[in-house]
Design a protein around this ligand. Structure first.
Ligand SMILES: [Zn+2]
Length: 370
């Protein structure tokens, strides 16, 4: 849903370099602008650490020479780097090192997923996701505001157009931030004062390592019945988006795939019922589809062959930007575009054929089954 046009067709090499420089400068400024004073968990002022959203051990299970493929590999833009090192994949900087080492212990270990994850572990996953999303959305908000100001400064005559161009994005970001803070508040308070606010929707464990890692929360537009779950175009203050939390954790010799949500959610009733009553294979196909339709924060193993990567690239191109000026038309189109029954061919990375091949003692790769 966040896909932006990163095509550089027709650009000169100088223009690409110039734009890259500008973009990096903008990101740096926005991070400075949106920087917090104190740790979001303990409130202590001081340094922040490099926190990982997806546990580092999961990324290491699918890394190749310490690197991974990211969404940028799929859109193949010259403007962004294709590789992600395990050390900087999906990281954020708003909590301190002692908190990072302490607050997420129940889920940041392989043993947490040997059986169904505990509510404590799920709460920690939700908290970490919310922190990463707050960091991400606040940086993006600062970027939109800087761009708006830049247009205004360049030409006061364009001030009105700058409003029109950026206000919708700015307002949408503000709402995203507010919604993330709600998840942050409830999950943070549960660290010390546990209460039940989570409903586990599904938990699947595969006996091989899938080549994908993901952790995030997604507001599904529609499910598997053509029903509207979240209307992204409804900006009324009393309209709440309902999120589905997804965790895909590649482990040493297995994969844990978890869906959970706020137990107060009501609009997923049909989806939940459907998900609970299909085979594991069908369920994982749907989850795979959700990931590629809605997100860009996943990490892929470099072991995936070029044919599969090309196939995924085609899928990424299919994803349509929902930004439009006609809300009625958009919500109707969105339900159609995001229909999980839609017949789009996406390689199912949870299939055994894509399982990570383990390195043997002599350094060559062999299939996990062998
Ligand atoms: Zn702290």
């Amino acid at each position: 849903m966040n896909l932006i046009d990163m095509s550089t067709e027709g650009w000169t090499q100088e223009e690409v370099i110039e734009f890259r420089k500008l973009l990096n400068q903008q990101i740096k400024n926005a991070r400075k602008e949106s920087r917090h004073d104190a740790c979001m968990l303990c409130g202590k002022k001081g340094g922040f650490c490099n926190s990982h959203t997806i546990p580092q051990f999961c990324l290491e299970n699918i890394a190749w020479n310490g690197t991974l493929n990211s969404f940028n590999t799929l859109i193949d833009s010259e403007l962004l780097a294709n590789d992600s090192g395990v050390n900087n994949a999906g990281t954020f900087h708003i909590i301190c090192k002692p908190c990072d080492g302490k607050a997420f212990q129940d889920y940041e270990k392989e043993a947490a997923f040997e059986t169904r994850p505990t509510e404590k572990a799920l709460n920690q996953i939700a908290l970490k996701t919310a922190l990463r999303d707050i960091y991400k959305h606040e940086t993006e908000l600062a970027m939109f505001e800087a761009c708006k100001q830049m247009v205004k400064d360049k030409s006061p005559a364009l001030a009105f157009f700058a409003q029109i161009m950026f206000n919708a994005q700015i307002n949408a970001k503000k709402r995203d931030i507010q919604e993330c803070y709600e998840v942050y508040n409830v999950s943070k308070s549960c660290l010390t004062n546990p209460k039940s606010w989570i409903r586990l929707v599904s938990y699947d464990k595969l006996d091989y390592t899938s080549p994908i890692a993901f952790q995030g929360m997604i507001a599904l537009v529609t499910g598997v019945n053509g029903e509207l779950i979240n209307n992204n175009f409804n900006h009324k203050s009393n309209y709440k988006l309902e999120y589905l939390h997804i965790a895909i954790f590649p482990l040493k010799e297995s994969t844990a795939v978890i869906l959970f949500m706020d137990s107060h959610n009501t609009r997923y009733a049909h989806f939940e019922n459907y998900i609970a009553n299909i085979t594991q294979e069908q369920r994982l196909k749907i989850i795979n589809r959700i990931i590629f339709l809605y997100t860009e924060d996943y990490y892929l193993s470099k072991q995936l062959d070029s044919e599969t990567i090309n196939w995924l690239q085609e899928t990424a191109k299919l994803i349509q930007d929902l930004a439009t000026t006609d809300p009625k038309k958009s919500v109707k189109n969105a339900v159609k575009d995001y229909d999980l029954r839609r017949d789009i061919c996406i390689p199912n990375l949870f299939s055994k054929e894509y399982a990570i091949k383990k390195a043997t003692v002599d350094g060559s790769r062999t299939n996990q089954e062998e």
